[in-house]
Design a protein around this ligand. Structure first.
Ligand code: SAM
Length: 283
């Protein structure tokens, strides 16, 4: 097994005529030690089926093949998806353990295997939707480590009351405990992005309710954070018809109507949903 370094990444890109596309968040990791470190932090073992989103030219994929029982890699760019099995065959004795799916990760509903761990350097423009989508659609994922833009990492791992706490923090908390897992230098990418990056890790936990409740909860979260500086009774007034009716629901839920959404943990939003009359939840 040989991992990919800066020269090999550039050569590979040139060989397939690839100019990294900003719109697809194509910043490739050129430091194999960082890839090994990510796999180590994720705690991948020989019984894991690893899911990688956006394998790109394969830097992280090769490091994953070394540790996991098998790897499922979902890549939207057909040129990269076609090349990856060939790269794996050259660099890894475990290339037959790799399945590449040429698809938009946001379209994943069922996978051919049941991945246990997510390890990915996520495309930055869709990192939160992709992470939330996978937590929802791939229940076999028990844990994972993802690399995302630094600000997004801070939002995902934020606690109630902090300035970073918002929709990504509270929605991801429905499925998982999310924590910061360190910073990554810009110099490990080609091309170097003009934003900083961080790692976050997550561990799945039992959800506070079923899908019907989740949809209701997510609609309340979106409404509360759409006007995050407003008190909940006013921020949720559009959902219940008036601030008086919103105040009634909040009081029934045991939540102070003068709080802002940013003060509530996921269980607070669940209490509001359980105290709510029916409304159209669209999430
Ligand atoms: N994992 C590689 C690495 O670390 O070098 C590449 C990471 S790069 C930040 C993001 C990758 O995600 C690119 O290969 C890009 O083509 C792919 N990508 C972008 N949007 C995607 C989507 N919606 N679904 C699947 N892959 C996507």
């Amino acid at each position: 097994m040989t991992l990919l370094g800066a020269a090999q990444i550039r050569e590979l890109a040139e060989a397939i005529g690839l100019k990294p596309a900003k719109a697809l968040g194509q910043n490739f990791v050129i430091d194999s030690n960082v890839c090994k470190k990510i796999v180590r932090i994720a705690g991948v073992t020989s019984t894991d089926i690893a899911l990688e989103i956006g394998p790109g030219l394969g830097s992280l994929t090769l490091a994953l093949l070394e540790e996991a029982a098998s790897v499922v890699a979902v890549e939207i760019d057909p040129r990269l998806a076609q090349q990856l099995p060939l790269t794996a065959a050259i660099h890894s004795e475990r290339a037959d353990q790799l399945t590449v799916i040429n698809q938009d990760a946001l379209g994943i509903s069922t996978l051919i295997s049941d991945p246990t761990v997510l390890v990915a350097n996520l495309p930055y423009n869709v990192s939160v939707p992709v992470l939330l989508h996978l937590l929802e659609k791939v229940p076999t994922l028990r844990s994972g480590v993802v690399m995302v833009q630094a600000e997004v990492a801070d939002r995902l791992a934020a606690s109630p009351g902090s300035k970073d706490y918002g929709i990504p923090s509270v929605k991801s908390a429905w499925w998982a405990e999310v924590k910061g897992a360190g910073s990554v230098s810009r110099s490990i990418f080609w091309p170097a992005p003009n934003v900083d990056s961080k790692l976050v890790s997550f561990t799945r936990r039992v959800t506070p309710g079923d899908e019907v409740l989740r949809k209701k909860v997510f609609t309340i979260i979106d409404t509360a954070f759409a006007q995050r500086r407003k008190m909940l009774r006013s921020a949720l007034s559009s959902l219940y018809g008036s601030s008086a009716l919103a105040e009634e629901v909040l009081t029934k839920a045991g939540i102070d109507p003068t709080l802002r959404g940013e003060a509530l943990e996921i269980l607070g939003f669940c209490a509001i949903a359980l105290a709510s009359p029916d409304f159209n939840s669209t999430k």
